[in-house]
Design a protein around this ligand. Structure first.
Ligand code: MF3
Ligand code: CO
Ligand code: CO
Length: 260
């Protein structure tokens, strides 16, 4: 069990990879609309990564995952597989999650999109999930623990009568896609032992459910859905711990941070 502290050179490479991952989400935004298929969105992102950016889509063939992005609609919690027959429809809430590899280092980020006119209850779930990500980010600084991060996220979700998914978590990231530590989004006692140090790089990516927390994996062995088929929302950033807080590698120009 060891969490790698990144060198200044590695951090610079991850800054670049993170920015490129954020750029993919900014690039795809105008294409995310009623009637487009998730397969088409994946194709546009794949071509942009490989042809424009010179990045490698990290999810493609990762443990057999068949696409260059995960696209998760409504009750799909995460790991939705892009599909040429799956069209976005009015009122959907959708997560797009992309991970690029540049110069050997990973940048991992996701955001929600609202398709057409979305019901207020769905929009609110997405908004609160975004706040959960940012409350987690705001808890990051040297000598804080991952328990502080998890508690901030869980408290805000539960104050809004939502639940936190337990089976999937954020993760250390660097030369490998998924490194130590596991960044749980709910308070668990062992997280108090994981003390943050400058140079640790990890993701925070809370999955917040409208109904119960339980999830199941569909027969394709990838798609994760809520057991009760109610809505789920997720946002993700990759960041490095600093003495005073953190630096977010995957910030987008279109994002409004939730400040402490
Ligand atoms: N990007 C996801 C994460 O945030 C991982 C997707 S792995 C895949 O960790 F195989 F499902 F693509
Ligand atoms: Co991730
Ligand atoms: Co991701």
């Amino acid at each position: 069990m060891s969490i790698k502290i990144k060198t200044a050179e590695e951090i610079q490479k991850m800054r670049v990879a993170g920015k490129l991952a954020a750029d993919v989400l900014e690039m795809i935004a105008p294409h995310v609309e009623v009637g487009v298929t998730t397969g088409k969105l994946n194709q546009i992102m794949h071509d942009y990564m490989t042809e424009e950016q010179g990045t490698i889509p990290a999810t493609l063939n990762y443990h057999g995952f068949p696409a260059s992005s995960c696209i998760s609609i409504n009750q799909v919690v995460c790991h939705g597989i892009p599909d040429d027959k799956k069209q976005l429809k009015n009122g959907d809430i959708v997560n797009i999650d992309v991970t690029v590899i540049k110069d050997g280092y990973h940048g991992d980020t996701s955001r929600m999109f609202e398709i057409g006119s979305v019901k207020p209850f769905a929009s609110r779930l997405s908004k609160v999930a975004h706040e959960c990500l940012w409350l987690g980010i705001n808890a990051v600084k040297e000598n804080a623990t991952l328990h502080d991060v998890a508690l901030a996220i869980q408290t805000h979700a539960e104050q809004n009568n939502y639940t936190v998914v337990k089976e999937y978590c954020g993760h250390g990231i660097g030369a490998d896609f998924h490194e130590e530590p596991q960044v749980l989004h709910y308070a668990s006692p062992e997280l108090k032992q994981i003390v943050l140090k400058a140079g640790m790089v990890f993701t925070i990516e809370p999955m917040i459910n409208m109904g119960k927390a339980g999830v199941k994996v569909l027969g394709d062995n990838w798609t994760v859905v809520t057991k009760d088929r109610k809505l789920s929302a997720q946002w993700e950033h990759t960041l490095v711990v600093t003495e005073t807080g953190c630096e977010i590698f995957t910030l987008r120009t279109d994002e409004q941070p939730v400040l402490p």
